[in-house]
Each structure stands twice: as C-alpha cells, then as structure tokens.
Write a protein that binds this ligand. Structure first.
Ligand SMILES: Nc1ncnc2c1ncn2[C@@H]1O[C@H](COP(=O)(O)OP(=O)(O)OP(=O)(O)O)[C@@H](O)[C@H]1O
Ligand SMILES: [Mg+2]
Length: 250
C-alpha cells in the first residue's frame, strides 16, 4: 500500500457499519498532498461513503479519519463548519443557484463566509471566473444562458472561492458530451497546476477510467469497503488484481 509523509487525508482502520451492513471494512489509506488521486470502484463499493467521511458528514464506527492532521470526530459542529472552508466541491451537475448569475454564484461563499467588502468581492469573483476560462461577457449571465461546460467552469470558480486546500470532484464528467468531458478533465489538471504553490490536493471519484489514467497521479480501487489496489496512475493498467483488470477492460 502506498504511504506518504504528512498526507492530506488519512484513514486509519476505519470501519463503518449501518445496522448489520459493513460499508467500510477496516480501511487504512492515505491521500497525498498536492497531487491528483482518483478513487475508482464498482457501484456500491463505498466511494460516496468514503467521501462523506472526508467531509465529516459521517463518522467512523471504528477508527479515525484525519484531514490535514485533524481528527474530524473530535471537532464540535461549529469547528467542523469552520474547517469545511478547507474544501472545495465540484458536483456532477455543478449545482448552481439558478436565480443567481455566474458572478452571483461565485460571490455567494465570499458573502457568506468572509468579511470582504463588495468591491473586494467583485474583484475576486472576476479574477476567479477569468482564471477558469470564463470570458467577461458571460459573468452576468444566468446558468440557463450558459452551456454545460461554462456551468462547470462557474461551479469550479465557486468551489475555489475560499482558496481551499482540498478539492473534491464527485463524478465530474458523468453525463457530459465528449468535448465537455475533455474540457473538464483539462480544467482539473490546470486547477491542480495553478495551485501548486499551496499544494492543492485533488480527489476525484469517477467511472471514467480512460480520463482517470491520463489526469491522475495516483489511483485507488475500492471494493466492498476496502482499497484493494493503490498505484501510481501509470502503473494502474498493469495491476494483477482481477477486479481491476475487469474494471479497466469494461
Ligand atoms: N445511510 C446509509 N444507510 C444504509 N446503507 C447505506 C447508507 N449509505 C450508503 N449505504 C450503503 O452502502 C453501500 C455503499 O454505498 P456508496 O453510496 O458509498 O457506494 P458508491 O461506491 O458511491 O456507489 P455509486 O458508484 O453507485 O455511487 C451501498 O450498499 C449502500 O446501500
Ligand atoms: Mg456514489
């Protein structure tokens, strides 16, 4: 199993049970800082459950989850709320507020969570939208007036607004056409590169094996609540694990 010095996220002997169903099964797993790590696995393997533990939305039945050196289970709900500013999330359908413009969507977390002035927010929003490749002419359009790819850019700009240290991408390309898929994958890599100096950690949950092999640094394969393979992306296709081979050759 790959190990890293001061990882961004560390699962230590984590078991999660719902009733008498074991969903995570004595899982020990580190995610490195500053890299792109993808978690693959068949439906029902426990990927979303893992993600919810990273966010502190679920707590382990046994074991600990440490994020940036903090045991989430020891935090009060107020501390956890504050701590979540370290995360940016891009969801499958970007999940924008329909009645806010692109600008309004990106401004939202800044208004909600910072004491920045209106001028400072306007400046920062413009900079964020430009940085994800959205031209100024689109900044005051509503989501319904934007293409799927542009909406993804807005979602990404909003996720980056509070300068997170950890970006979580949940099925970022599921349901997108091939061109938009390519754009989103490029955007994930660009975002990682553009935030190298802060050591932005990117975590992707995906079914898109081809893109994953190209854009990730590391790939973990989750099966029935356990990581059964964890390799640098370049080596992943050569895994001798039969489940991984089945997945890769689907
Ligand atoms: N709150 C819950 N209560 C009971 N069972 C749950 C709960 N959340 C998840 N499960 C079960 O845990 C298992 C893993 O679910 P999870 O959503 O983590 O899978 P996944 O790998 O994300 O799958 P998919 O690729 O379909 O999104 C499933 O069998 C699911 O029914
Ligand atoms: Mg899921």
């Amino acid at each position: 199993m790959l190990q890293f010095e001061s990882p961004a996220i560390s699962f230590k002997n984590v078991t999660k049970t719902f009733g008498n169903h074991t969903i995570l099964n004595n899982l020990s797993f580190d995610i490195p800082k500053g890299k792109i790590t993808t978690i693959l696995g068949f439906s029902g393997a426990g990927k979303s459950t893992m993600m919810k533990h990273i966010l502190g939305l679920l707590t382990p039945s046994v074991g600990t989850v440490e994020v940036l050196g903090n045991n989430l289970a020891e935090m009060t709900s107020l501390q956890l709320r504050e701590f979540r500013k370290n995360y940016g999330m891009l969801f499958q359908y970007a999940a924008l507020f329909d009645s806010f413009t692109a600008h309004g969507n990106v401004a939202f977390p800044l208004v909600e969570f910072t004491k920045m002035s209106k001028e400072q927010i306007d400046e920062r929003v413009k900079e964020l939208l430009l940085s994800v490749g959205l031209k100024e002419e689109s900044h005051f359009k509503l989501p319904s007036e934007l293409s799927g790819g542009m909406r993804k850019r807005v979602g990404l700009a909003r996720a980056l607004a509070l300068s997170p240290q950890i970006m979580l991408y949940d099925e970022p390309t599921t349901g997108l056409d091939p061109i938009t898929t390519k754009m989103v994958n490029e955007l994930i890599v660009e975002t990682s590169v553009n935030h190298k100096e802060i050591g932005l950690t990117s975590i992707i949950i995906s079914h898109d094996i081809k893109a994953t092999l190209e854009i990730s640094d590391f790939i973990a394969f989750l099966d029935r609540g356990n990581i059964v393979e964890y390799l640098p992306a370049k080596e992943f296709k050569n895994s001798s694990n039969p489940l991984v081979q089945e997945f890769v050759n689907l």
